[in-house]
Design a protein around this ligand. Structure first.
Ligand code: ZN
Length: 252
């Protein structure tokens, strides 16, 4: 059986001297892994090793639910812009692909998420190499919120996830709780030992995402730290790329 699809490569592992095991996030098929035989040879059918974050049309043979498929065709279009010139952009895209890999299942299609992920890669790649860190972080935060929503884990930023009280900017204190999957109000926060207090800039942007584009880098870093904590709790381990994305805290 042949599978043809449009796909983005989200992970590669070297396999033997000459081959790779590659994981694709494919538009109609969903996540799927395949062996790319001979891809590490100088002259291969794929014109060199397959690169993470490359995009293109794939043809897979034997892509059953059991056993590994074989990649027979892939004309990869590697990233060529900001992702090559800006290390934070590259780290952010690798972090996003790690999260995508961990939060989706094999053969479980997410067409909307595929479009959102490839759009995120295009947007970040289109930024100049000198793009401010803040602009990349904004795109990354938006993608992570879209990812959570698409896999059915959309956090509740509209009301207290415990008592249901609607959020308003008049709240004097706001917290985020990963087990509650959302905001927790001041009256409820004592019941959630691992809650994180949110600044008013962060909670207002999360409750009204149109404001997110206007927030400063510091607030985006605060939101990113909350998201990384949330992904760590959700996955049961800290994503490997998280330390490349989090702003290093000054040593005290
Ligand atoms: Zn409450």
């Amino acid at each position: 059986m042949l599978t043809k699809d449009r796909a983005v490569c989200i992970r590669t592992v070297d396999y033997s001297e000459t081959s790779q095991i590659v994981t694709f996030f494919a538009r109609v098929t969903g996540k799927i892994s395949a062996i790319a035989k001979g891809s590490r040879r100088r002259k291969s059918a794929f014109e060199g090793p397959i690169e993470v974050l490359s995009v293109g049309d794939i043809v897979l043979a034997g892509a059953g639910r059991d056993g590994l498929a074989t990649l027979t065709e892939y004309q990869q279009r590697p990233m060529s812009g900001g992702l090559r010139k800006n290390l934070f952009a590259l780290d952010s895209a690798l972090f996003a692909s790690e999260l995508l890999n961990r939060l989706t299942h094999d053969h479980d299609p997410h067409l909307v998420l595929f479009d959102q992920f490839t759009q995120f890669l295009e947007d970040v790649d289109a930024l100049p190499g000198s793009a401010p860190r803040r602009d990349i972080l904004l795109q990354l935060v938006l993608f992570q919120l879209a990812l959570l929503a698409e896999v059915g884990l959309r956090p509740n930023f509209k009301s207290c996830a415990n008592c249901g009280q609607a959020f308003s900017s008049a709240w004097r204190e706001s917290y985020f709780s990963s087990p509650a999957n959302g905001l927790v109000c001041r009256d409820c926060e004592m019941s959630f030992p691992h809650r994180t207090r949110l600044s008013s800039a962060a909670v207002n942007a999360l409750a009204n995402l149109r404001q997110l584009a206007q927030v400063d880098e510091r607030t985006l870093d605060e939101i990113e730290a909350v998201l990384i904590h949330h992904f760590t709790e959700t996955l049961g381990h800290r994503p490997k790329m998280a330390r490349h994305v989090l702003k290093a805290r000054p040593q005290s």
